[in-house]
Design a protein around this ligand. Sequence first.
Ligand code: KG4
Ligand code: ZN
Length: 353
Amino acid sequence: MYVLGIETSCDETAASVVRDGKIIYSNVVASSLEFHKKYGGVIPEIASRMHLEVITRVTESALSQARLRLKDIDLIAVTEQPGLPGSLLVGICFAKAIGLASGVPVMGINHLYAHIYSGFLNKKRRISFPLVGLVVSGGHTSLFYLNDFKRIALLGSALDDACGEAFDKVAKIIGLGYPGGPAIEKMAVKGKPGIKFNCSDTNRPLDFSFSGIKTAVLYQVKGISRFGLWQEQAYSRRGRKRSPQVRQPSLQNKRDIAASFQEAVIATLVKKSLLACKIKKSRTLMVGGGVALNNRLRERLSREAGRAGVDVVFPDKRLCMDNAAMVAGLACRLFRKGFTGNLDLTPNLARSS
Ligand code: KG4
Ligand code: ZN
């Protein structure tokens, strides 16, 4: 079975052909990241305009790299939620148009479940259900319990900033570029994680909160204490540029901050994922999303999960960030004989995490 996947939920325009839910025939990703960099985050209007410009070429190239034509495709799968409404709309309208023109059925896919599915792609080993899925991306931090890919329950999610978003914001505070995740990871390699940062506690043990630690980094950088920050504001109100006490972090300071922040975030991710596995008696944990690229997370989670008797599955590195292979793969799993497609599909803006 050949599935054409289309993904446009954020700033990546992606198309991919996957056979039998496992074998990737093509995986094309065009990103508008360069156009967002100077703003320090994704600008929805720019993202949807760029999707419009490149979606036809990206899809044509996914088909030609797979040496297939649209008539050879059994199913078109497209991300329907969650995501930026304007961006989702471009992918959905495009998928419906080519589906209608070719008579190929169109299926809507949940982006977060697709991130979890990415660990199934290109893997020979058997992964058995039920399992716990952790999604760590720029827009989401969520824990799910999966009986299979049709029966999924949300166990907990970020109450404020998502994990990747915290990496991006902390990178900005210490003067690194966007996206912040890779920049923080690189800085952290030469840093000592000696600064005491903690992620805030949440009422429900499987929820996450990352905005407090981001503010703690800001205080650390600006003046070591809340008082220092307050003092700086008072000085600037009096027309002076900066209080004499405020230090700009040195390179080694930045490295230490990056390492300490990264360790604290990873500690929370490890603790809560393994707690979810314990509560649900799951022996498998699947991780997906851009932050799953982080080598330190891979190392610590694999080691600590090993001790707890939990098998952790990370996707191949090229499948961590947004891509359409995960969308096509999951659609194949969900496809049932007799599925006739859904041309009423619209961006689903209901909260799924
Ligand atoms: O999954 P993704 O492509 O986007 C969403 O669906 O939101 O993830 C992007 C996020 C960004 O916030 C980026 O900073 C983060 O993944 N990221 C990382 C690393 N590489 C990317 N975070 C930590 N360490 C990394 N190496
Ligand atoms: Zn994503």
